[in-house]
Design a binder for this molecule. Structure first.
Ligand code: BTN
Length: 194
């Protein structure tokens, strides 16, 4: 009788563990200090690669949950954002929209990636680019509302593009390597849904 591989069923405990590990990983990215350029008060950070990676590696549900967990820990005061910031102030400051946008980043990236049976680099690049775009779509109008000048907010945000282009590519490449090494990472369990 031929060996039939058993379907990988992801257990709730494993889901939870992955979610928590990824939230911790995004927190670690906050160790890199933010760089304030362009005068908007929004830092250039490495941490926004975290939500892209979370969605691209864990899928929409778990990826989004990891970002929500990270932001909840920040909101209750843990200094997990770049520069050791935490509390509610970052959410109502100039970068608040980008922070809320991280949730949408993970969600959109994950939704695109999990449509593919075996996500390759083109799909992953498309997903991480869309994930970044949705963060901008929330963050820039929020910044515009904060400063009262949407045009200036858009122009000031151009400074993020070179670094974010690199993060989009890096996140897609890393996710491609992970999916190749661990093909079950995005497995959608039949039992309790993705
Ligand atoms: C914070 O730490 O207060 C949130 C920072 C948000 C930074 C945004 S994310 C998209 C864009 N790319 C960057 O490098 N910085 C901004």
């Amino acid at each position: 009788m031929p060996d039939v591989p058993a379907p990988r069923v992801s257990l709730p405990a494993a889901d939870l563990a992955r979610t928590v590990v990824f939230a911790a990983f995004i927190a670690v990215l906050g160790i890199f200090p933010g760089i304030y350029l362009g005068g908007s008060g929004v830092p250039i950070v490495i941490q926004n690669a975290g939500p892209l990676l979370a969605g691209a590696i864990l899928g929409a549900r778990r990826g989004t949950a990891s970002v929500v967990l990270l932001l909840a820990l920040v909101a209750i005061g843990l200094p997990l954002l770049s520069g050791g910031r935490g509390g509610l102030a970052p959410f109502v400051g100039p970068s608040g929209g980008f922070l809320f946008g991280w949730i949408a980043s993970a969600l959109v990236t994950g939704l695109i990636v999990q449509r593919a049976e075996r996500p390759g680099l083109p799909v992953l690049l498309m997903a991480t680019t869309a994930g970044l775009a949705v963060d901008y779509a929330i963050g820039i109008p929020f910044l515009g509302a904060y400063t009262g000048d949407l045009g200036a907010a858009a122009v000031q945000s151009l400074v993020f593009l070179p670094g974010d282009a690199g993060k989009v590519v890096a996140a897609a490449v890393i996710a491609a390597v992970v999916h190749r090494a661990l093909p079950g990472t995005l497995a959608r369990p039949a039992v309790h849904g993705e």
